[in-house]
Design a protein around this ligand. Structure first.
Ligand SMILES: Nc1ncnc2c1ncn2[C@@H]1O[C@H](COP(=O)(O)OP(=O)(O)O)[C@@H](O)[C@H]1O
Ligand SMILES: [Mg+2]
Length: 246
């Protein structure tokens, strides 16, 4: 059986009196690639920010390895936070070298200098940026900057990686490279991955399961095979067919 890494229970999020997420229930299995699909503005980033503890839900519960994060101790919260890593749509680039950008999370965690060097070089080699460690990060191309952001996200070996539309601003060659990277990270490091994406073909290429978010509701969660062949909700079919047009 699958072991559960994260669970969201009846989660609601409102901004003012606007309910953006409505009673979301979902469970993320250890080692899976889970795709979160839904139109722009539906609340994907908001959900990611809640999962990553950057934002609090208005109602509902969040569990990480069975621990309820909304009521746990500060220590448990910090531990959970450190097991997660989030990659934003546009890579956030610090005005320093590629090495320092990737090392950042480890420096914060007060990791020893030699270990930092080893981990950074290893992460840079996984994303194909070896030899670029002394280059100013601001001079990287868009695709390279996103790969650097990946290196920064995986350098402390998180249990779960939250990828918020990581390829939406990239050209096809870089999209292919990032998709390979995502599959490789899961294969070699066993990392659980949740990816928000609009790209239905990308979902088919890399994900195990997909959840469809429409009008603030998670209308369906299903395996890749089922969601395309036999979706349970008529709105899923309409959404997928709509996305195929692009
Ligand atoms: N801090 C905030 N304050 C008020 N409204 C917000 C805030 N963050 C997001 N929203 C709104 O919540 C909705 C969902 O946004 P978002 O999670 O970014 O959607 P998505 O990532 O799916 O495009 C949008 O209408 C957005 O304007
Ligand atoms: Mg978003």
């Amino acid at each position: 059986m699958h072991s559960e890494l994260m669970r969201v229970y009846d989660l609601t999020k409102s901004f003012g009196n606007r309910e953006v997420l409505k009673k979301i229930n979902m469970s993320i299995n250890e080692g899976e690639i889970f795709a979160l699909m839904g139109p722009s503005g539906v609340g994907k980033t908001t959900l990611f920010r809640i999962l990553n503890l950057l934002e609090k839900p208005s109602e509902g519960k969040l569990f990480f390895r069975g621990i309820e994060l909304t009521v746990c101790t500060m220590r448990e919260k910090i531990n959970a936070r450190r097991s997660m890593s989030m990659l934003f749509q546009t890579p956030c680039v610090l005005n320093t070298t590629v090495f320092n950008n990737v090392a950042y999370g480890l420096v914060i965690r007060k990791v020893d200098k030699n270990a930092i060097r080893e981990k950074v070089m290893n992460a840079l080699s996984i994303v194909g940026l070896e030899g670029k460690e002394q280059q100013k990060a601001r001079t990287l191309s868009g695709g390279e900057a996103q790969r650097m952001a990946f290196a920064r996200a995986i350098v402390y070996d998180p249990d779960i990686l939250l990828l918020d539309e990581p390829t939406s601003s990239l050209d096809p060659a870089n999209v292919a490279m990032i998709e390979e990277l995502i599959k490789r990270i899961r294969r070699e490091l066993g990392t659980t991955i949740i990816i928000a994406t609009h790209n239905i073909y990308q979902v088919k290429r890399i994900a195990d399961r997909v959840g469809i978010l429409l009008n603030g509701e998670l209308i369906e969660v299903n395996s890749i095979g089922r969601i395309f062949e036999a979706p349970e909700d008529a709105r899923t079919k309409a959404f997928i067919n709509g996305e195929m047009i692009y």
